[in-house]
Design a protein around this ligand. Structure first.
Ligand code: NAD
Length: 424
């Protein structure tokens, strides 16, 4: 198909460009038509707004905000709102597409969307942040909606901001609308199990990968980069299932103990130590770079994008990589990882447990009912395992790595749905 040029990677370390190049590769393998390629590539709606907000010093500052709805083919668009000084429309567009593929891989009835406001939340007071979030919500009143577009937290936003959004939207509609946003505080209709959902999905993906590679969890070793929400829960849940976690890390560096780290104890330490592993005893201090190349069975990058690159991929010794973070492997590292025979469970599959439980939050809000943690875990584990099996099978059928297989599964689902729905 001549219309899909082999994607030139302009910036080798840009995770969003990496994602686009993988999308193109999967589209080529799947052999979708030219029309379908553009239907899937171009967002169906992009909104840019100017948000005048009264700052604490009495002056009005105007922020630029975006919401990109990439696809509504499978259902209402779903995706977080990012508060970050570096947010641009281009970034939000790429992140919205990413959400489309993530939701399609785990087979939940959502399209993809993403929002952002160019601001620095660390330099703003709580009052300023609240006014900004409420202004953004009012500006997006005709964009958001429980059947249209459902935001969630992302970098720089949290359940607190989602509560403001839900409140402002509800006021405008003259009724309480819980289901307009997910990631809310539990008292306000948030779901049980959301906090650990992404880490739990990483654990399910890791166990499924171990099964394929015939690695016994009780004899397996694992290194986890990043000990935040995703990494700490993934580590704890794997630890509870017998996996020996020999290394963990955060911004302060890596912590290695060949005998294994007691993850529950490490989590308690971090809780008491201002959310940091700094000074954690009982482990040797190593660098975050060294952690990636340790002689372990499983590597879980769960900190940030682009940590596995063409420079260090050759030295990776793990047999299984499970991507907790978004975009931890650059596109140029992929061929090296594949040539070494490493099974890499890609981000859009491995970390989709979070959006899955967000979907459960929306379902519960619409039912006006609360599920137990046990029910949420059982259902999300099933979704994650089914998605893993489907992607693994596609990787065999198309003879491609799991990353491309995940895009193939997603693109196939969305394009088939589009064919049934039809266009003009
Ligand atoms: P978090 O802020 O809770 O934790 C991030 C962790 O990584 C912290 O321990 C931090 O110290 C560490 N870290 C940051 N920079 C680092 C560096 N340079 N080297 C080593 N460690 C570093 O964030 P999170 O919610 O756990 O998200 C982690 C990754 O997972 C991100 O890529 C995020 O996009 C992705 N993700 C998160 C969710 C979710 O539900 N939280 C869902 C899908 C994907």
């Amino acid at each position: 198909m001549a219309y899909i040029e082999p994607a030139p990677i302009k910036d080798k370390e840009n995770p969003l460009e990496s994602m686009m190049s993988r999308f193109d590769e999967a589209a080529r393998k799947l052999g979708i038509t030219e029309e379908m390629y553009y239907i899937l590539k171009v967002p169906y709606r992009q909104v840019t707004v100017g948000l005048p907000v009264m700052m604490d010093n009495g002056k009005i500052k105007v922020f630029e905000g975006y919401r990109v709805l990439h696809s509504n083919i499978l259902g209402p668009s779903k995706g977080g709102i990012r508060f970050d000084p570096a947010v641009t429309l281009d970034e939000v567009k790429a992140l919205a597409a990413w959400m489309t593929w993530k939701c399609a891989v785990v087979d939940i009835p959502y399209g993809g969307g993403k929002g952002g406001v160019a601001c620095n939340p660390r330099e703003m007071s709580v009052g300023e942040l609240e006014r900004l979030m409420r202004a953004y919500t009012v500006a997006m009143l005709d964009v958001f909606g429980p059947d249209k577009d459902i935001p969630a937290p992302d970098m720089g936003t949290s359940p607190r901001e989602m509560a403001w959004l839900m409140d402002e939207y509800s006021k405008a509609k003259g009724m309480t609308v819980h289901a307009v946003v997910t990631g809310k505080p539990v008292v306000l209709g948030g779901s049980l199990g959301r906090v650990e959902a992404t880490g739990r999905g990483v654990m399910v993906s890791a166990l499924a990968g171990m099964e394929k590679l015939r690695i016994n969890p009780y004899k397996a070793t694992c290194a986890v980069q990043g000990f935040g929400n995703v990494g700490s829960h993934a580590a704890r849940l794997l630890f509870e299932r017998g996996v020996k976690i020999v290394a963990i890390s955060d911004m302060t560096g890596g912590y290695y103990n060949e005998q294994g780290i007691d993850i529950e104890e490490a989590m308690r330490y971090v809780e008491k130590n201002n959310k940091s592993l700094e000074g954690y005893a009982g482990a040797e201090k190593i660098s975050n770079e060294d952690l990636l190349t340790l002689p372990v069975d499983i590597l879980v990058p769960a900190a940030k994008e682009d940590v596995i690159t063409e420079e260090n991929a050759h030295q990776i010794k793990a047999k299984l990589i499970v991507e907790g973070a978004n975009g931890p492997t650059s596109a140029t590292a992929d061929p090296i990882i594949n040539s070494k025979g490493i099974l890499a469970v890609p981000d859009i599959l491995a970390n989709a447990g979070g959006v899955t439980v967000s979907y459960f939050e929306w379902v519960q809000n619409r039912l006006g009912y609360k599920w137990t943690q046990e029910r949420i875990e059982r259902r999300s584990d099933r979704i994650m395992k089914d998605a893993f099996d489907k992607v693994y099978q596609a990787s065999l059928d198309y003879d491609v790595p799991m990353r491309i297989a995940a895009y193939i599964v997603a693109i196939d689902k969305v394009s088939q749905t589009y064919r049934f729905r039809g266009g003009y």
